[in-house]
Design a binder for this molecule. Structure first.
Ligand code: NIG
Ligand code: FE
Length: 388
């Protein structure tokens, strides 16, 4: 295994507070990658020797994005629904049924090809750790199939049998909850790390969500919750009470919700692609940050409410419309996502971390928000290998 010295780094975001500030920014920096891990970071003038050397010519280097919330196992698209929304129709969770029908009808090969296409899309835009969920199967076999496919491509796999009540159970939601917490969980738990529930009017109420998350936790899956997206509700409080890794969306929060998040280890994961694509009110990142909550940013990539795989796009929205500074947004899209996935090996360029990084065609990470929509990600490395 050869070591590589990256030098001529105009600005290096390490997310290592030892280098100062939350971003651990070093100007005129260098870093050494060895055995797929970061071996050293610091000023270029103090760089050690390495087997190979690459001068990045003053470009910025930042950690790979950690996209901790996406729904990439699906078939079909919902262009018509998006078009209707942009003509004034509201977003309704019921649209999920359209994707459920398409996903059930798809072959394994087609589903996997679609997943791989979206993973590659994210990778080209700097995402080196990608979570993904089930939730468009809603039968024992279709949910297990989705998770098994996802597990071939990522370690961050979430069981979301409780996305909506399956159409076959529309008249008997209690029976569906029994399926999700019984035979479906049995089939899905071996493939997943996390359990999630869409706790919202039109999906699952607080009691149902508690039953589902508790059953998942008893099988070794750590809870995370789709919470307070479309309206106020019990999701955030439930997430905190159950020690969930994250409460995701957090668009409609009471002062008590904000205080509960701030006093907990549950990360508030904000998903601005969803508000963009549903023309909804933005989540208030500033309010959460000022209260002391940990905030992550993710894409929520899915064909219904947020069909973007672009972390740079989400970061630009968060800066423009959610009160985040460019520094905060970069941290939330990298270290914040890692916290939401309870990972210590990604999201930061500290000695020992996996060498997941982006070389930007820009002198600073601020350009993600300053130059929105511009493809600034020039190279992506994962575990020390160039992958895009
Ligand atoms: O996170 N909110 C629930 N689930 C997805 C939307 C899924 C869909 O509309 O297909 C979300 O936004
Ligand atoms: Fe989601």
């Amino acid at each position: 295994m050869t070591s590589t010295l990256l030098t001529g780094i105009g600005s290096l975001v390490t997310n290592d507070p030892a280098h100062g500030g939350p971003l651990g920014l070093i100007e005129d920096a260098a870093l050494v990658v060895d055995g797929g891990r970061i071996a050293w970071t610091g000023p270029a003038s103090a760089a050690p020797d390495a087997d190979a050397r690459q001068d990045v010519g003053g470009r910025a280097v930042v950690p790979g994005f950690v996209d901790s919330h996406a729904h990439l196992v699906f078939a079909g698209d919902r262009t018509r629904e998006f078009n209707a929304r942009m003509s004034g129709q509201p977003y309704k969770a019921g649209g999920i049924r359209t994707t459920v029908a398409a996903t059930r009808a798809a072959s394994d090969a087609d589903l996997e090809a679609n997943l791989v296409r979206h993973l590659a899309e994210g990778l080209r835009q700097g995402t080196t750790t990608q979570e993904t969920k089930s939730g468009y199967g809603l039968t024992v076999d279709d949910e297990a199939r989705a998770l098994a496919l996802a597990a071939r491509h990522t370690d961050e796999v979430t069981y979301l049998g409780a996305h909506i009540v399956a159409p076959e159970y529309a008249d008997d939601p209690a029976a569906y909850v029994a399926l999700v917490t019984g035979p479906m969980l049995d089939a899905c738990a071996p493939h997943a790390r996390w359990v999630d529930v869409f706790c919202e009017k039109g999906a699952f109420d607080g009691d149902q969500a508690r039953a589902i998350l508790t059953a998942g936790a008893a099988r070794g899956l750590t809870p995370r919750v789709h919470a307070n997206q479309l309206t106020y509700g019990p999701g955030v409080q439930l997430a905190v009470e159950l020690g969930a890794a994250s409460a995701d969306h957090c668009t409609h929060l009471t002062d008590e919700d904000v205080a509960a998040l701030a006093a907990s280890d549950t990360v508030a994961t904000l998903l601005p692609g969803a508000e963009f694509s549903t023309r909804a009110e933005w989540p208030d990142a500033r309010r959460l940050l000022d209260a002391g909550a940990t905030v992550a940013l993710s894409t929520d990539c899915n064909p219904g409410s947020s069909y973007t795989s672009s972390m740079p796009f989400c970061l630009a929205l968060a800066v423009r419309d959610m009160g985040m500074t460019p520094d905060e947004a970069l941290w939330s899209a990298t270290a914040g996502g890692a916290k939401a996935l309870r990972r210590t090996d990604v999201g930061a360029l500290t000695a020992g971390a996996r060498a997941d990084l982006q070389i930007l065609d820009a002198p600073s990470h601020v350009h993600f928000a300053y130059r929105p929509g511009v493809p600034l990600v020039e190279e992506v490395w994962r575990a020390g290998e160039r992958v895009a």
